[in-house]
Design a protein around this ligand. Structure first.
Ligand SMILES: Cc1ncc(COP(=O)(O)O)c(C=O)c1O
Length: 396
């Protein structure tokens, strides 16, 4: 049984006419994006914490002029995202990776404001470079350490940064005899699509396990996984706990959500190409689960299609299949009030975060266009269209 997360049904039908746009296409609605940004901006203002965009979750940089009006900067997972943050976003750049390479460190140091190391060994390796840059009057990021609070409330272990034996972050026991001198920040990331109560319990674990490091640092980064823009998220509780933490510890606080920034702001519009008479009829679409919505197979979950129901809920049930050779390139089973027809558009909801950054061109399937829709003017802008050259150039 493939799970449909409840928030997947939250997004309203698009404010544009899907039948007139070229498909496949990811369409991000700037009005919906701004609604999320306002909410995050409000959290920022009332809690005194800083909110960053996690580029790993959403990196459609044509929309950054809007995003940067609300958020303090970006968090990057390595050099390439750090460069994107520096060049396209232009505010604070925070970097964390499970490990860094010497060659990329030279490029990261001058552009990063904060850098979080995954282990004391990585900190020891790069501490001299940071100190040398500072001594020479050059820019260098404020160094921090990612800790693992060993507090786990994430059900799917693939997405659980505190699963047993997980490589992400240093456990308290591994810190006992380590030289922490010079570390200015503590970073933890332990949540996934969760509410403020989970942050509260995770924070208690951090405070209990890492009092020495907490005392020493001047900033605390509470990672991502905060589902702040979901309808029923308890924002007041989040604001209360952030203010309370800041008052008790006197630290500068950062949150770095990815998903919450773009939650329910984007669609994937596809066209039915053919109907195949399988046990229940299969509609072949001009998209692909594995290439264009990989989380539907990886998580796995069943995305919502506007106007559809669960199998059997409406009169006509179809399996929706993708264009690749993978037998399991199937998005799921859906029912519709009327039979699907070739040429008909289908609109998948909540496709802006993670989906767009994880795509592939497996089988050479044409990559979806990237479109931005501005509801205030009604303008649909095709930001990027991919062709044969994009496919070829990735491979040699
Ligand atoms: C270190 C770190 N920060 C931030 C995020 C963003 O998390 P989310 O998109 O769930 O808010 C992630 C996601 O994996 C992460 O690993």
């Amino acid at each position: 049984m493939i799970f449909t997360p409840p928030h997947v049904y939250e997004q309203q039908p698009p404010a544009f006419d899907p039948s007139v746009i070229d498909t496949p296409a990811y369409v991000v609605d700037l009005g919906l994006l701004e609604t999320n940004l306002r909410k995050l901006g409000d959290v920022q203002e009332r809690s005194g914490a800083n909110v960053l965009l996690a580029l790993k979750g959403y990196a459609l940089h044509a929309s950054f002029p809007l995003v940067r009006q609300y958020l303090k900067g970006c968090c990057a997972s390595g050099l390439q995202e750090a460069l994107l943050a520096h060049e396209e976003f232009g505010r604070e750049v925070h970097v964390y990776a499970p490990a860094f390479k010497d060659a990329e460190m030279a490029a990261i140091l001058p552009i990063a404001d904060h850098i979080s190391f995954n282990s004391p060994a990585q900190w020891q390796r790069y501490r001299p470079l940071i100190h040398a840059a500072r001594a020479a009057g050059r820019r260098a990021p404020s160094p921090g350490l990612r800790v693992n609070p060993e507090h786990s409330e994430v059900e799917v272990s693939l997405y659980d940064p505190c699963s047993p034996g997980c490589r992400l972050g240093t456990r308290a026991q591994a810190l006992e005899d380590k030289d922490l001198e010079g570390l200015e920040g503590l970073h933890f990331h332990a949540l996934c699509e969760q509410d403020a109560d989970v942050l509260e319990r995770t924070l208690a674990a951090v405070e209990q396990r890492f009092p020495r490091l907490l005392e020493q640092v001047r900033w605390v980064n509470m990672g991502g996984g905060h589902h702040i823009t979901r309808k029923d998220y308890d924002t007041e509780r989040l604001i209360r706990l952030l203010r309370n933490f800041r008052e008790r510890w006197g630290k500068e606080v950062y949150l770095e959500p990815g998903e919450a920034v773009a939650l329910n702001t984007g669609y994937l519009v596809a066209t039915v190409l053919d109907l195949v008479p399988t046990d229940i009829p299969t509609a072949i679409l001009d998209t692909s689960a594995t290439a264009h919505m990989p989380d539907t197979l990886e998580m796995p979950y069943r995305p919502h299609v506007i106007g559809s129901g669960k199998p059997g809920e409406f009169a006509h049930t179809f399996r929706l299949g993708g264009l690749t050779c993978l037998a399991g390139d199937v998005i799921g089973e859906y029912s519709f009030p009327e039979p699907l027809q070739p040429g008909q558009r289908l609109v998948f909801t909540d496709m802006a975060h993670y989906t767009m950054v994880k795509t592939t061109t497996f089988n050479g399937v044409p990559h979806p266009d990237i479109d931005l829709f501005d509801p205030s003017s009604g303008e649909m802008r095709v930001v990027r269209r991919f062709g044969y050259e994009d496919f070829r150039n990735r491979l040699s």
